[in-house]
Design a protein around this ligand. Sequence first.
Ligand code: C5P
Length: 219
Amino acid sequence: MNIAIDGPAGAGKSTIARLAAKKLGFLYVDTGAMYRAIALYLLWNETDIDDEEELKKALERININIVYENNVQHVFLNFQDVSAEIRSEKVSIMASKTSALQPVRDKLLNLQKDIATKNNVIMDGRDIGTNILPNAEVKIYLDASVEVRAKRRFDEMKNKGENPDLESIKLNIIARDEQDMNRKIAPLKKAEDATLIDSSYMSIDQVVDKIISLEREAN
Ligand code: C5P
């Protein structure tokens, strides 16, 4: 059984998917973390991503591994756990840019498909229902207004003791959505057979319950 969840930045995909996976006993796979790990490598190495040869050589040096510890996904970049480092805004912006490049997507395609073949998964990302798991039994497109998404991200950062700026978070989200939806390869869009959930005015529990009921219906 595979559940695909796609949607724009900050729609709450990972929070919802993690909770639903726990309730269902599924593996939660955060594909954004994989794109982020590649982006981190390219940032650390100051790779010129417009130079195709340089990009390809860099990608050959990248080894991405996903390890689960108590059902929590850890991303390893060349055998170093980078799960914390990939969460910065700088990496978010870079990941959105580099995930539009074909060689970057090719690098992760099989890894993602392979995990879904071997496990019951809830996999979240941008092209899971449309491209990675077109035969997923349940497909969800999770959306929320830009204002709500920006405010959620703002609150999350505040809770971590950071000093965020709401307006710049909002602009960042808009820019990432724009890039993710308008790229040529595997753009973010709702799969025709996906259920649209607008979580703007829903609680986390309500969204999780909706996903569980969709999974039951599919069984
Ligand atoms: O979901 P998250 O915000 O961690 O993803 C970071 C970036 O990775 C996204 O903005 C998107 O550009 C890219 N991504 C993607 N395809 C996926 C998952 C993420 O292109 N399946």
